[in-house]
Design a protein around this ligand. Structure first.
Ligand code: HEC
Length: 167
């Protein structure tokens, strides 16, 4: 091979070398770890473990959550603010079944053939402890759906405080 030809081959080789290096990197034949901000994040991915659990005895900002067999006491004082909030929340979450004034005449009543949403102003509901009402709202009752997902703990107590003002 003449000197010229050799130079030519070397030139072409040098010319396409970066291309092959690029290919090797692309197909991870040569692995280079590029530091990216995402990779270095301390975040825990969905389903990654171990999760950091809240410390024992920690109370959520929504107040204590309850289980089906606990019987909570109403921690929210009955004042104007709470009742006002309760009124708005009741109109949004309860009125369609129990009626605007709690008389059990909401617009969905016609769909309940067996046990319709009750009148919430009657004496046997008025006689129930706040904790019982709280459980009814949280876990549902018979045909009534559980509303724990729709209302925070605080909001449920507000609704109960409002209900008391109706009774
Ligand atoms: C989708 C309709 C629906 C919604 C919304 C609903 N309820 Fe009910 N509720 C019912 C039905 C139906 C019953 C009767 C269940 C049964 O007897 O099986 C009931 C029963 C109750 C009872 C028990 C009454 C009794 O006689 O002991 C209370 C208390 C109550 N609801 C409060 C509420 C409150 C407060 C809200 C809003 C946060 C609410 N409900 C939202 C349908 C509903």
């Amino acid at each position: 091979m003449s000197l010229h030809a050799r130079r030519g081959v070397l030139f072409i080789f040098l010319l396409i070398l970066p291309f092959f290096i690029g290919l090797f990197c692309t197909y991870e034949v040569v692995k280079i770890r590029f530091p990216t901000d995402m990779e270095n994040s301390p975040a825990v991915n969905y389903l990654d473990g171990p999760r950091i659990l809240p410390p024992k005895g920690a109370v959520s900002t929504n107040g204590k959550s309850i289980t089906i067999d606990s019987f909570p006491e109403n921690p929210i004082p009955v004042d104007e603010t709470s009742i006002k909030r309760g009124e708005l929340l009741y109109a949004l979450h309860c009125a369609l079944c129990h009626g605007e004034t709690g008389k059990g005449d909401g617009s969905l009543v016609e769909f309940y053939t067996e046990r319709p949403p009750g009148d919430l102003t009657v004496s046997h509901v008025a006689a129930q402890f706040d904790g019982v009402l709280f459980r009814t709202i949280s876990f549902g009752f018979g045909q009534m759906p559980p509303l724990a997902e729709n209302l925070t703990t605080h909001e449920r107590w507000d609704v109960i405080n409002y209900l008391r003002s109706l009774q």
